[in-house]
Design a protein around this ligand. Structure first.
Ligand SMILES: [Zn+2]
Length: 313
């Protein structure tokens, strides 16, 4: 309880500092840094980096235009080489920036399942969100320009080349960082990063802590296992929980995300049993009591969960 309280106070301090000073980088513990993503400028994913004795491990690469901002921030904290970038999952906002870290000398790490997703769904996303968008008559001028610039700068979709099945660790005798696969959940290959000594947990999109909702629509998402994964993560009693998006949280943040998802799945399942359509449920289901997770109308998420439950039952 004392730990949770300390973590909560720390998260509040971070939030207050972020609001007051527009500060972007925070030291979570000696040698552990956090850069908060910002969806209003299309760099939505959080990034954490950890200094070991002779290298840096970065967690989540953002989009290329986010990575371009993060790299100089890392350089302000250390001259050590950035040797590894870990993708918690393959989604564009966490993995597309890996190309810049690779060019800076890093090897891209993720679970084996995430590596498979990168080469299949990730390829399709890169085609749609970058290659095709640069030409698309339907894309906004801004999106077209961003895609064209990404291509012009020579950024590529770089796939992870250091893959683990369930777990791996970086350990230099002083610092230990564990990577642990929790998927299938938000995607097939989700993995989290955990610093057992500092009790800092970095969840990727298994947990978010903002008002923009979560993406529950990956075709390989497993909502039931996602809920179980959040129970497991909450049992670790971390001091600080760094979500995929939004401000730092604590164990209660994991529990709140779990309650939001479980409520959504339960209500959709009950609606299907009652013979309701996806449209009806998208209109009816209200998740706004789960703050901040349910702040945004959940129609899109409800439809995604409906599709999943109908096709798997
Ligand atoms: Zn994300």
């Amino acid at each position: 309880m004392i730990r949770a309280t300390a973590g909560f106070v720390f998260a509040l301090l971070l939030l207050t500092a972020a609001q007051n000073q527009q500060q972007k980088v925070f030291q979570l513990a000696p040698g552990v840094y956090f850069w908060q993503g910002d969806t209003t400028i299309r760099r939505p994913a959080n990034c954490t980096w950890i200094l070991f004795k002779d290298y840096v491990v970065v967690i989540d690469a953002n989009f290329p235009w986010g990575a371009r901002e993060i790299l100089p921030e890392i350089r302000k904290t250390t001259t050590l080489p950035i040797r590894f970038v870990f993708n918690t999952h393959y989604h564009a906002d966490h993995a597309f920036g890996s190309t810049l870290f690779k060019d800076a000398g890093a090897t891209i790490v993720c679970s084996r399942a995430c590596g498979v997703e990168s080469r299949t769904k990730g390829e399709a996303d890169w085609r749609n969100q970058v290659l095709n968008r640069a030409q698309s008559p339907n894309a906004s001028e801004h999106d077209k320009a961003v895609a064209a610039e990404t291509i012009a700068k020579g950024y590529r979709l770089e796939h992870p080349t250091l893959l683990f099945e369930e777990r791996m660790a970086f350990d230099d005798g002083e610092r230990r960082l564990e990577l642990i696969r929790m998927g299938p959940a938000h995607s097939l290959g989700d993995a989290v990063a955990y610093l057992p000594k500092e009790k800092i947990l970095i969840t990727g999109d298994l947990c978010v802590n903002w008002t923009s909702g979560n993406n529950v629509g990956d075709k390989d998402a497993d909502h039931a296992n996602w809920i179980r994964a959040l129970d497991t993560l909450a049992s670790w009693d971390a001091n600080i929980v760094i979500p995929g998006h939004g401000r730092p949280g604590v164990t209660q943040t994991l529990q709140g995300q779990r309650a939001y998802l479980a409520d959504m799945v339960d209500q959709v399942r009950a609606g299907i049993r009652a013979g309701k359509t996806a449209d009806q449920l998208a209109n009816e289901i209200d998740l706004s009591r789960h703050q901040p997770f349910g702040a945004r109308p959940s129609a899109g998420s409800v439809r995604a969960v409906y599709r999943k439950l109908v096709t798997t039952n």
